[in-house]
Design a protein. Structure first.
Ligand SMILES: [Zn+2]
Ligand SMILES: [Zn+2]
Length: 253
């Protein structure tokens, strides 16, 4: 689920390592206690944790960004964050439009080394990842895209930031985030426009990681190539958004 909770099990939190000849890009530091697991996983795969040169996030919530200060300290990776999520990262969640006073959802404030803007490309060792602003869930919620070549075929990869509407999110008369509904609508339009072959996301359950992983060696086709699953997921997010918006408009006038 997309609600940030310190006590969630970590197996729903998705991180991505993009390996290049000039070092690696890591997307999502996740929780502080996830960092040793990430380090162990990177090394188990045969890569070096110390080769992490760039650190990115899906959005500035505790479950995707709390471990960033540790990774930054340990690897000296450059932390690059979408402009509208920078105040959240640098305050450790204290400027959140809804969680400003919820200390259980705050995290260590972390210095952002580079501020990213909508459409900006992050490049390292021949790999190019594009940051798409898909706001609403947080003001700077980011969907990452890249293109991969495999056996002479090109694939569009989408790592969806989130369309989740957390409990307590006010879509109407929101004083701390007046444009929230318009932002979700923008995010939905952007996500619908992105070509997607390989569907990934900040949370495993959004793209059915467990089911797909189980199928990986069992089927000839790669289960992670799932353009239909992507469109369905965005359509579900859109439907849930308009249902909640309508409900809140009716009860709030
Ligand atoms: Zn989350
Ligand atoms: Zn979140």
């Amino acid at each position: 689920m997309s609600y940030p909770n310190k006590h969630d099990t970590t197996d729903d939190l998705a991180s991505y390592l993009i390996v290049t000849p000039k070092g690696n890009i890591l997307i999502n530091s996740s929780l502080e206690e996830t960092v040793p697991m990430l380090k162990a996983s990177i090394e188990k795969l045969g890569f070096k944790y110390s080769d992490t040169k760039i650190l990115l996030i899906s959005h500035a919530h505790i479950d995707h960004a709390a471990g960033s200060h540790l990774i930054q300290q340990q690897t000296k990776a450059k932390y690059m964050v979408m402009d509208a999520d920078v105040p959240l990262i640098q305050s450790g969640g204290k400027t959140d439009f809804i969680y400003a006073n919820d200390v259980t959802l705050h995290f260590p404030p972390t210095t952002v080394d580079k501020v990213l803007h909508d459409g900006e490309q992050v490049k390292l060792g021949g790999s190019v990842i594009t940051a798409h602003l898909t706001p609403g869930h947080t003001k700077g919620c980011t969907t990452w895209t890249m293109q991969l070549m495999d056996h002479g075929k090109q694939y569009h990869v989408v790592i969806l930031g989130s369309l989740g509407i957390n409990p307590g999110y006010k879509l109407v008369h929101n004083k701390t985030y007046p444009n929230i509904a318009r932002d979700y609508e923008h995010a939905i339009a952007v996500l619908k426009s992105l070509p997607c072959d390989i569907f990934l996301a900040a949370h495993a359950e959004i793209f059915d990681l467990k089911k797909k992983y189980a199928l990986l060696n069992a089927s000839a086709a790669n289960p992670f190539i799932d353009p239909v699953g992507y469109q369905k997921s965005v359509a579900r997010g859109e439907k849930a958004f308009y249902k909640e918006l309508k409900k809140q408009e009716l009860s709030n006038g």
